[in-house]
Design a protein around this ligand. Structure first.
Ligand code: ADP
Ligand code: MG
Length: 462
């Protein structure tokens, strides 16, 4: 698998972290203050939404100051003991680097303890973990950075943290900043990417830089593959440009026929075209009544599309096409704005591309369950999976036996549990599944060991 661009372009130094200048300034001053020994506040709490650069900033800071990092995040063990163990490693004043080299605190060498996703660290029940964190901050001679999405979830569990740590707020990125970063990546990758597509990715990410970079990689890498394999590479690459021109002609049309014919040269079915037109309406129509009329025409067109699909009667496509082109274009009552807007990439396609891996793992899971549950994949996806997932979370035995029978892998278990495939819960379940499959755990024995209540775990009860 190709490297994630979010990793490839992770800033190595605080000076490369974009935006949030005040937050970065606070972090830098705090790190400077450690040069004179442990300051009064030995911890920072970085708070803010995902993709704003909290983790990157913490790691960049350690890099800039030559500190070693001890990192712990939500997928590691979640109890007080393991927190103490990890934090304890850094909690002594003189210590060793990861490479075993002696670190003299008087020379300013430090171990930075980073507790990432600290608000998720303990799940719903917190077995003293939050207390262990505040205790560690009190006792340590080493710098600590806590990272949270939800500051209140953390301080509810350990209110002492509020007084022990300096809060540093990371705001969402502005669209301009996100666009700048995406442009930089395109340049570094040697790619020319359509401006409309970039703008749509930026808009869709609403300040989440990680999301934006992921979308860019997914969309653009997909097209690159098309470039290599497909003969119509140029068509694909230029599709944004061609679409812009066609939509521009459609909206500039003076007659219904002109509007309809403007999109004829595009290699798009009405099903695809309607998504681009839908995306263009808000930026094309500033007058509210016109906008409503345009969407009304679009919805009529959608009715025809649906009938086409249901009746398999492609003659109806002509009506759909007419409504979505001339119907939409002529919804305007006044004159058109002079400078035409840029049209965006359909957010529906971006969303589908973003959720692609989730959807494909769900499909694979349904196929495995189909022979076991004597039901079609589709039926399972719609009416079994949600319940099965809830049951699996509450009954590990059920999950393991089902998994043994349907030959689950980590991805399947993770999907049902709604967790990371690398989590402990998944590893534990896989272990039981393997033992059931090897015969080490007998199904009957397991069923009998439980009382009548356990009978619910048998597959035949489905
Ligand atoms: N402020 C930033 N400056 C540069 N890159 C950033 C910034 N914020 C996020 N990124 C990019 O997004 C990715 C995810 O950011 P991350 O630091 O993990 O965010 P968070 O921890 O706030 O969820 C990084 O690997 C980097 O590529
Ligand atoms: Mg993070």
């Amino acid at each position: 698998m190709p490297e994630d661009w979010t990793e490839r372009y992770r800033p190595a130094s605080l000076s490369e972290v974009v935006g949030n200048d005040r937050a970065i300034g606070t972090m830098r001053r705090w790190a400077e203050s450690w040069k004179k020994g442990a300051p009064k506040k030995k911890a920072l709490v970085l708070k803010g939404e995902p993709g704003t650069g909290k983790t990157s900033a913490a790691l960049a800071l350690a890099n800039d100051f030559g500190w070693d990092v001890i990192e712990m995040n939500a997928s590691d063990h979640r109890n007080a003991d393991s927190i103490r163990r990890v934090a304890g490693l850094g909690a002594v004043s003189e210590t060793f680097s990861n490479a075993g080299e002696f670190l003299s605190t008087s020379e300013g060498k430090r171990k930075l303890i980073v507790l990432d996703e600290a608000d998720n660290l303990f799940g719903r029940e917190d077995h003293g973990g939050a207390k262990a964190i505040s205790q560690t901050i009190k006792e340590t001679n080493q710098p600590v950075i806590l990272i949270v999405n939800d500051y209140y979830a953390l301080t509810r569990k350990a209110s002492a943290i509020k007084t022990l740590a300096v809060g540093v707020k990371f705001a969402r990125h502005r669209d301009g900043t996100v666009l700048e970063v995406l442009r930089g990546i395109c340049e570094a990758e040697g790619l020319t990417v359509d401006a409309g597509l970039l703008a749509a990715i930026v808009k869709n990410a609403s300040g989440d830089l990680r999301g934006a970079i992921n979308d860019l990689q997914m969309l653009v890498e997909g097209r690159k593959t098309v470039d290599v394999e497909g003969g119509d590479a140029l068509g694909k690459r230029n599709q944004g440009v061609e679409l812009d021109a066609a939509l521009e002609a459609m909206y500039g049309a003076r007659t219904a026929r002109e509007a309809r014919d403007a999109t004829n040269s595009l290699d798009k079915t009405p099903d695809e075209l309607i998504m681009w037109i839908e995306e263009s309406i808000p930026s094309e129509f500033s007058n509210r009544a016109d906008r409503a009329a345009a969407f009304d025409a679009l919805s009529r067109s959608d009715v025809y599309l649906r009938r086409t699909r249901r009746l398999q009667h492609y003659g109806l496509w002509a009506y759909a096409k007419e409504m979505m082109t001339s119907g939409v274009a002529l919804a305007r009552s006044g004159p058109r704005r002079r400078s035409p807007p840029r049209y965006g990439f359909p957010s529906y396609l971006i969303m589908m591309s973003r959720s692609k891996s989730v959807r494909s793992s769900r499909a694979a899971l349904c196929r495995k369950l189909s022979p076991v549950l004597h039901s079609s994949s589709r039926e399972i996806a719609v009416s079994v999976l949600p319940y099965l997932s809830a049951m699996a979370r509450n009954d590990s035995e059920l999950l393991a036996h089902l998994g043994a029978e349907a030959e689950f892998d980590e991805g399947d278990v993770a999907y049902l549990l709604g967790t990371d495939p690398a989590s402990d819960a998944v590893a534990d379940t896989m272990d039981v599944i393997r033992r059931i499959r090897s015969g080490e755990i007998r199904r009957e024995a397991a069923a009998e060991a439980g009382s009548d209540a356990r009978r619910g775990t048998r597959l035949s009860d489905f």
